[in-house]
Design a protein around this ligand. Structure first.
Ligand SMILES: O=C(O)CCC(=O)C(=O)O
Ligand SMILES: [Fe+2]
Length: 255
């Protein structure tokens, strides 16, 4: 069975899979150093990047360095998402994130149990397979630095976890340079932040009709966009943003 087929089987069955050696240790180091610089820059600009659960989240880290959109796609991930989300899949959100609490300043122990998918008025979840989270580990992820906990197979439960309950769960264990992919519908939470860092690039992908966190199709200038390949343009919603009105739609169709 190929890596991709194995990942798809695990994602369908368990709601989670790990791909090893997706980027090199050197790239991890470079990206982590860049994250530390960017963290200072964004903070100085007044952006809210530090949260009371012990996390630091830098949204859209690729604004300053469009080349970093490179980390939004690779061949295996694309094959997996094509199968699970359909060929028009898009980005929901992407951040560089650290979980760490050096000075014991956090107010909460991480996120608590949740999913990153929607519920109706009866708290019934809108199914599974509509969105996937992807973490590229820039540090090793383990039990000592607050790696993510998850409940295997819970993407197929239609109920909502209670934030502070205890559930029989597993921990994402991976080396830096690995990639974890999980169904956004799986029950998960961050581990307890420690004095060790836990940097990673977090991206979520979804079917084309789900609203993204930001207007990615307007984020980059035309000039910058000419440097992006077709896949990145697709992921950034350049092919799936609806036309302004019917006149525009006709123009698009005629063209
Ligand atoms: O940091 C983690 O391990 C979990 C974060 C998370 O689940 C979220 O931000 O939605
Ligand atoms: Fe989450």
């Amino acid at each position: 069975m190929s890596d991709v087929d194995k990942a798809i089987t695990e994602l369908k069955r368990d709601g989670i899979t790990i791909l090893k050696n997706v980027i090199s240790t050197n790239e991890c180091k470079t990206l982590k150093n860049y994250s530390l610089k960017l963290q200072k820059k964004r903070f100085n600009e007044g952006e809210e990047i530090y949260f009371n659960d012990g996390s630091t989240r830098i949204s859209n880290y690729f604004i300053e360095k469009p080349k970093l959109t490179h980390y939004l796609s690779n061949e295996k991930l694309d094959a997996i998402l094509n199968t699970l989300l359909g060929k028009s899949y898009v980005l929901r959100g992407s951040s560089i994130m650290n979980v760490q609490d050096k000075k014991n300043e956090r107010e909460k122990d991480g996120t608590g149990w949740h999913t990153d998918w929607s519920y109706n008025y009866d708290n019934i979840k809108f199914g599974y397979g509509g969105s996937f989270h992807v973490i590229i580990a820039l540090d090793d992820f383990n039990k000592d630095n607050g790696s993510t906990h998850y409940v295997k197979g819970s993407h197929k439960l239609n109920t909502k976890p209670k934030r502070e309950n205890k559930y029989k769960s597993n921990i994402i264990l991976m080396k830096k340079g690995s990639m974890a992919i999980f169904d956004s519908s799986i029950w998960h939470k961050s581990g307890n932040p420690s004095n060790l860092s836990r940097w990673g690039i977090w991206s979520a992908y979804t079917q084309w009709w789900v609203k993204p966190h930001f207007r990615y199709n307007e984020l980059f200038s035309k000039k910058v966009r000419t440097k992006f390949n077709k896949k990145i343009l697709q992921i950034l919603h350049l092919n799936s943003t609806p036309p302004l009105n019917a006149k525009k739609r006709l123009l698009t169709v005629v063209k």
